[in-house]
Design a protein around this ligand. Sequence first.
Ligand code: FAD
Ligand code: FO1
Length: 458
Amino acid sequence: MVVDSRRVHVYRDGGATDSPVLYWMQRDQRAEDNWALLFAREKAQERNQPLAVMFCLAAQFLGATESHYRFMLSGLAEVAETLKKLNIPFFLVKGNPSELLPRIISLNNIGCLVTDFNPLKPVIEWKETTRNGIQIPFYEVDAHNVLPCREISPKAEFSAMHLRSRINKRLSEFLVDFPALREMPESNFSHPWNWSGIQSVQAASGPSDFNGYEPGPRAATAWMNGFITGRLDGYALLRNDPTQDGQSGLSPYLHFGHIAAQRVALEVSRQEGATVSRQALLEELIVRRELADNFCHYNRQYDSTQGFHRWAKETLNVHRGDPRPFLYTFEQFRDSETHDLLWNAAQRQLVSNGKMHGFMRMYWAKKILEWTNSPEEAMEVAIGLNDAYSLDGRDPNGYAGIAWSIGGVHDRAWGERPVFGKIRYMNFAGCKRKFEVEKYIRQNFGVMMKKLQYQENN
Ligand code: FAD
Ligand code: FO1
């Protein structure tokens, strides 16, 4: 077995049949370093059957905008090219996956369906409906996490510390190199697939709307190499300073699966020196990121206050009626129209770059709790803005990050205060102690300094 069976979740079992194998690509949009594709290739080999890859384009995915779809489609166009060189056809179809998959499977007499792991509710819905509509073996392979989510923990972990101990014990079992994806026979590419009645789309590569980010696995790998050679050694020191370019910037590529987190972890681990920075990055890349998948997989209410721990629900309820001196609408937040220039600058960075600095995301979300009528409204505003504007949005990391900020998920209780209760508090003064607030505001806002002076003195 090329693929560790502990990565494989059996949605529907069944024997080998003399029929084609289909990999329904979803979260891990790449040909290389993709355990789900390697597994599908293995199934095709065992059966001596054709193999194809298909991506189902669904409308309005979690608030994604045209720009996000364009970015993703450009990446998929590159994937199709790469697969063609390996004699593996790639099909991009359009519609509701729950309806399309059963039809595609019967049209092509598919004997085995493979997909990749994704803990988000809409995708689970697609898979469960598909499973109920087919009779063939259906496998889900965790190609996104270094340690397979379902395998590494049977429950929602309370904090990073709890998951870290599980990860540290077993990292060496799973942080292994990837085998190369071997090409299929030439005949595979000319196998007659039947898409009658199915709307297909031509994946076209086009310019990215996100300055600095070119879509696709090649750009993702170049970005990773650039970070490792040029900025990894400064990571530990600079990553929490929003005025510096200290983070890796990899999240959009990890979100769309253009690069495997496991590839990044392998390459970072192989570096000499910069030990503190390498450890800090692996902590975020493996522990924090996989904690987010753990949260969304085991907590179906990951995008609501109902997903908070009891202590957090109680403390937020106690302070529901507290006076809220500042209240803003979704539109005022969206347009950076609050009284707080720092917050406005962070929102401006999100809207203009499609990516807000990680440290500012915490402050940004916590202030939304403070300046809305209720924690429920705060969740709606934070998730709505994050998924509409962030290139790495619509991702378990986002739901976990927002639940941490507003509901104390994976955090502990802190000293009680108005509105927040025991949820960790952050404020402007705290940011001023951490980094040059004025510089960040200027970088993102070209601010009138006197307005800032006024805020400081009042
Ligand atoms: P780096 O610091 O270079 O980290 C490398 C990788 O580690 C990241 O790409 C990411 O995959 C992972 N990582 C880093 N920090 C975290 C974290 N706190 N939680 C989970 N994984 C992490 N991340 C997203 O990918 N999409 C989001 O929509 C998102 N929304 C967030 C909202 C809030 C309110 C908060 C507090 C955090 C959010 N995060 C989100 C997590 C984190 O801020 C980003 O992953 C990180 O800033 C991405 O930039 P980077 O790749 O340069 O990070
Ligand atoms: N996954 C799909 O299978 N089909 C889609 O049409 C689709 C659109 C989409 C748009 C923006 C975006 O950020 C993600 C999108 N995804 C889509 C899902 C994505 O690949 C990931 O599976 C999830 O965001 C979880 O990481």
